[in-house]
Design a protein around this ligand. Structure first.
Ligand code: S3P
Length: 178
């Protein structure tokens, strides 16, 4: 399916680590823009009828990553410009990164691992966090920082911002790019 080519018709994709607020900021931004809101984890769970944790535990991470890539494709193929919350791991895959760079305005919601660790609760869709979320998030931050940077048109520091403040900042940077 043809993808929007004009920047004003592009999808807005939020990327970033677990706990950065992609879903809450994305949902609210979509409301403000009058756009559909799509969430790649929700797509995977709806499609498989299983939670992210169940998929990790029964089929392994590689199988989850394939479903995650399909969910990203499905979201980017949506005909109307949407706001898309892309799960934290989508940037691990080079094809995902190429697709993001080519077909969307990408905003990285950035925060320090200590801040993220304080925000992530126990959740059925974050099996990778284990018993020591802060340590895991620190390692992920080292591994992924350059990948988020690689796909991002804009970087927003969400560390000290409320959801509403982050939404306002997303809307501001979007205006600049459209
Ligand atoms: C993951 C992030 C999670 C979920 C899974 C793996 C990651 O999504 O897809 O637990 O590797 O960063 P959120 O970023 O929406 O929490």
């Amino acid at each position: 399916m043809a993808r929007p080519t004009e920047s004003s018709g592009r999808h807005l994709v939020l990327v970033g680590m677990m706990g950065s607020g992609k879903t809450s900021v994305g949902r609210r931004t979509a409301e403000r823009l009058g756009r559909p809101f799509l969430d790649s984890d929700a797509h995977v769970e709806a499609r498989t009828g299983r939670s992210v944790r169940e998929i990790f535990e029964s089929d392994g991470e590689a199988a989850f990553r394939r479903l995650e890539a399909e969910a990203l494709d499905a979201a980017l193929d949506a005909p109307d410009p949407a706001v898309i919350a892309a799960a934290g791991g989508v940037v691990l895959d080079a094809d995902n990164r190429a697709r993001l760079r080519g077909s969307a305005t990408v905003v990285w919601l950035r925060a320090d691992p200590e801040v993220l660790a304080a925000r992530v609760g126990s959740s059925d869709h974050r099996p990778l966090l284990g018993d020591d979320p802060e340590r895991v998030l620190q390692q992920m931050d080292r591994d992924r920082r350059h990948l988020y940077q690689d796909v991002a048109d804009h970087v927003i520091d969400v560390g000290t911002r409320s959801v509403e403040e982050a939404v306002e900042t997303v809307l501001e940077v979007l205006e600049v790019s459209e």
